[in-house]
Design a protein around this ligand. Structure first.
Ligand code: C2E
Ligand code: MG
Ligand code: MG
Ligand code: MG
Length: 286
């Protein structure tokens, strides 16, 4: 689902909608070429332990450098790829890249986990094949003294709401392989909360819209604090997205937030630049 899908929601079908449809078709056609022509890349954004300032995880984020358009935001092409089904190819590619890097980085940091975003469409289109394929094709490092698996997955509330037994089985298979599941963009969906009981998730990611302007927004502070208390009581750890200022970091740390991600700690970076961060000092000293 597009993050800005409210924009045209209530307009009638007009020429501009037809143009939008054509633009989507163009993106979809060009995306096919992008996959073949090596225009996609995966960048990695650090996720830090709030208490120590050390990198503990990374989020893998796909990037598209279009030869003519320049960088195209995933916000603009992921929803289209979900609609056309191209997300399955893209998602598998991102997953393999992320896993390969994560394996290499384990030699530098034996704790590091790389989180990969998995679209609901990846669960539906493949009828479980994706998950079985990943688990069979990659002999995961599932502990055995060397730490947790190298990859985790990020899913959104929509997947859990629409959950059927097939999706549940796949999620369970991931978890049985030791793969940790993060609930992404928490608070932006329907948030029925009942699925938090039903699914035994590992991390809850507070959406960046709640972190935005935190130092000047008492309501957002209250929401963040309440989300953190609730998550902890349910046995989940909390990752705050979109941390941009020292004050936001302070407020979240004092509220007991476990992990932070945002421009304050580091932007999404190409693999080599991210690896350099791993060799460096903590990003922030608490
Ligand atoms: P997301 O999974 O919630 O990822 C976090 C987004 O927040 C990323 O946007 C990241 O660059 C951005 N971000 C990180 N720190 C900050 C900050 O301090 N301030 C602000 N304003 N933004 C910050 P990005 O890379 O544009 O990705 C947007 C969305 O596209 C992602 O949201 C995710 O839903 C989707 N996406 C990206 N890569 C993939 C992928 O490989 N597969 C799938 N299925 N979806 C992806
Ligand atoms: Mg994510
Ligand atoms: Mg998110
Ligand atoms: Mg988000």
């Amino acid at each position: 689902q597009s993050k800005d899908n409210g924009r045209n929601r209530f307009t009638y079908f007009t020429a501009s909608m037809q143009e939008a449809a054509q633009a989507r078709m163009a993106i979809s056609n060009e995306l096919r070429r992008a996959i073949d022509d090596d225009q996609l890349a995966v960048h990695f954004q650090p996720i830090i332990d709030m208490a120590s300032g050390q990198i503990r995880k990374a989020e893998a984020l796909v990037r598209w450098l279009h030869p003519a358009r320049g960088p195209v935001s995933p916000v603009d092409f992921i929803p289209i790829a979900e609609h056309t089904g191209q997300i399955v190819t893209i998602g598998n590619w991102v997953f393999r890249k992320a896993l390969a890097h994560a394996r290499r980085w384990r030699r530098v940091d034996r704790q590091l986990t790389v989180n990969v975003n998995v679209s609901p469409a990846q669960f539906y289109h493949t009828n479980g094949e994706n998950c079985r394929h990943w688990l069979a094709d990659h002999s995961f490092d599932t502990g055995g003294g060397t730490g947790p698996p190298e990859v985790g997955i990020e899913i959104t509330e929509g997947l859990l709401l629409a959950s059927n037994s097939a999706v549940m089985k796949q999620l369970l298979a991931f978890q049985q392989a030791g793969i940790k599941i993060s609930l992404d963009d928490f608070g932006t969906g329907y948030s029925s909360l009942s699925y938090l009981r039903k699914f035994n998730l590992d991390y809850l990611k507070i959406d960046k819209s709640f972190v935005y302007n935190l130092e000047h927004d008492a309501a957002n502070v209250a929401l963040c604090e309440a989300i953190i208390v609730m998550a902890h009581k349910l046995g989940l750890e909390v990752i705050a997205e979109g941390v941009e200022t020292e004050q936001q970091y302070d407020i979240l740390r004092r509220a007991g937030c476990d992990y932070g991600q945002g421009f304050l700690f580091g932007e999404p970076l190409p693999p080599d630049a991210f690896e350099a961060l791993l060799h460096g000092p903590p990003l922030l000293t608490a």
